[in-house]
Design a protein around this ligand. Structure first.
Ligand code: GDP
Length: 201
């Protein structure tokens, strides 16, 4: 069984050229503000308050690297979709996220989080279109699943598949930080994809 022995906040960057060393496989997490990203990362690494569970949406505007056991990095991307930001501010965040994601040989998968209660918003759709266009592998995580019954979850999945025609069912994961639903599945996907990493690159 995989143990999270070392969980270290390494660095905040704004440009992927400044990524930390050693170079390891990277797994990025993206989503609208308040989607449950910090809670998911804390749940995954078995720490109660590691990634900051934000009371103040919009504060995390850098790309944060967490190193796990010399095996991989979890990369926390800034939340998007804030209502009260200027156009230029929104543009600069978007650029930062896109610059990180594009031509990134270390990036194995982007996990895009969608709140099970809220569903897809325009900003999510834009991100999916962009990822699809640039052939960047992604998995969708439906968060806060404890807030929605099985019927509601199934409906949300159908909705996603109907809207995002290029997405298949095995690209969608149901998750809850509250009851740890989906954690093992998420971890298994990360470990499987970490192993694809060619040594020394
Ligand atoms: P972030 O802004 O995406 O990092 O979101 P946070 O992790 O800070 O979570 C936003 C809010 O949703 C907080 O009040 C969390 O307690 C709550 N939350 C996060 N994950 C879950 C979950 O799995 N279930 C429930 N019921 N609430 C959650």
């Amino acid at each position: 069984m995989f143990k999270f022995k070392e969980v270290i906040f390494v660095k905040s960057i704004v440009d992927q050229k400044n990524r930390p060393k050693p170079y390891l496989p990277e797994f990025a997490f993206a989503g609208r503000s308040n989607v449950g990203k910090s809670s998911l990362i804390n749940c995954l690494v078995n720490r109660s308050n590691f990634a900051h569970v934000s009371k103040n949406p919009g504060k995390t505007r850098t790309i944060n690297y967490y190193q796990i056991n010399d095996v991989f990095y979890l990369v926390d991307l800034p939340g998007y979709g804030f209502a009260r930001v200027s156009k230029s501010e929104k543009g600069s965040w978007q650029k930062m996220i896109e610059n990180y994601l594009i031509q990134n040989h270390y990036l194995k998968t982007v996990f895009v989080l969608i709140d099970c209660r809220v569903g897809l918003k325009k900003s999510d759709l834009e991100l999916f279109e962009w990822l699809h266009f640039h052939l960047i592998p992604f998995t969708i995580i439906l968060t806060k699943a404890d807030q929605v019954n099985r019927n509601g979850q199934a409906k949300r999945i159908s909705e996603l598949l109907a809207t995002l025609r290029h997405v298949s069912r095995n690209q969608i994961l149901i998750f809850s930080a509250k009851n740890r639903l989906g954690r093992e599945e998420l971890l298994a996907e990360i470990l499987r994809k970490s192993e694809d990493h060619p040594a020394g690159t």
